[in-house]
Write a protein that binds this ligand. Structure first.
Ligand SMILES: Nc1ncnc2c1ncn2[C@@H]1O[C@H](COP(=O)(O)OP(=O)(O)O)[C@@H](O)[C@H]1O
Ligand SMILES: [Mg+2]
Length: 241
């Protein structure tokens, strides 16, 4: 089954076209990486898919149903969870309060037991009485992912989880993303870090100036140096129509 189908998605900020007629699909259980330089439109795309930004045009189908016009909280209840780029944690909530609050977002679905996310990120269990604002950057990213997992998603959108974090934390995140994938959750991973992209991605889409510049297998992307071509602007936007 197709987990997510995005067709002709266009997102604008006034006169600025951030995402321009973007189309792609993710099969159930698949991990797709969305790559592209700063300002390419990655965050605008995932926030529009999650219902946090209005769509100028286009359709989003999730598990075969149109979610284009649903609000963000309804979309979460359907099983699509976003881990936002800037994590957006409540600094004064403890780790446990953050996770318990997220279980209420899963109303109507069975939330994932806290024990399961603590097993994935043991450091969060050690820190469970600590305030989110006092955690390290890596721990905050783990908490943001755990908060999304508690809603028991079928599809997880991760927006640059490794941004600003050490390579040690990056390896922890890679291991966690692999385990999430093994549990059958489809993943859309926005990344600029090629180490994560190649470690977890099966297919990838390259975004440049709001448009899909290239899509194919992660292996082919590496062999053809597609990322460099997109990042250094050598790519023609009309290559893939
Ligand atoms: N709130 C906003 N208001 C106006 N323009 C914005 C806003 N957010 C993003 N943009 C613009 O939209 C484009 C895409 O940004 P973004 O989706 O954040 O890209 P990425 O996540 O790939 O770095 C950029 O040109 C950016 O300047
Ligand atoms: Mg972004």
């Amino acid at each position: 089954m197709t987990a997510l189908r995005v067709s002709g998605l266009t997102v604008t900020y006034g006169p600025v076209v951030a995402v321009n007629e973007l189309s792609f699909a993710i099969e159930s259980g698949e991990t797709l990486v969305l790559l592209g330089p700063n300002g390419a439109g990655k965050t605008s795309a995932v926030e529009a898919i999650a219902g946090l930004l209005p769509k100028r045009r286009g359709a989003v189908d999730f598990l075969g149903k149109d979610i284009s016009r649903l609000n963000a909280s309804t979309i979460v209840r359907r099983g699509l969870a976003l881990v936002p780029q800037w994590r957006e944690l409540f600094r004064t909530f403890t780790v446990e309060e953050t996770l318990v609050a997220a279980t209420t977002a899963a109303v109507g679905r069975a939330p994932t037991p806290l024990a399961a996310v603590y097993e994935l990120f043991p450091v969060l269990q050690e820190r469970r009485q600590q305030k989110a604002g006092s955690l390290s950057g890596g721990e905050q990213q783990m908490l943001a992912i755990a908060r999304a997992l508690v809603t028991n998603p079928r599809l997880l959108l991760l927006d640059e989880p490794s941004a600003g974090l050490s390579s040690g934390i990056t390896r922890t995140l890679i291991a966690a993303i692999r385990r999430i994938r093994q549990s059958g959750v489809a993943i859309l991973l926005v990344e600029q870090n090629m180490e994560i992209a190649r470690a977890v991605g099966e297919r990838c889409c390259m975004l440049a100036a709001g448009r899909l510049a290239w899509s194919g297998s992660m292996q082919e992307a590496m062999e053809r140096n597609e990322a460099e071509r997109v990042y250094f602007g050598a790519h023609r936007h009309d290559d893939t129509g």
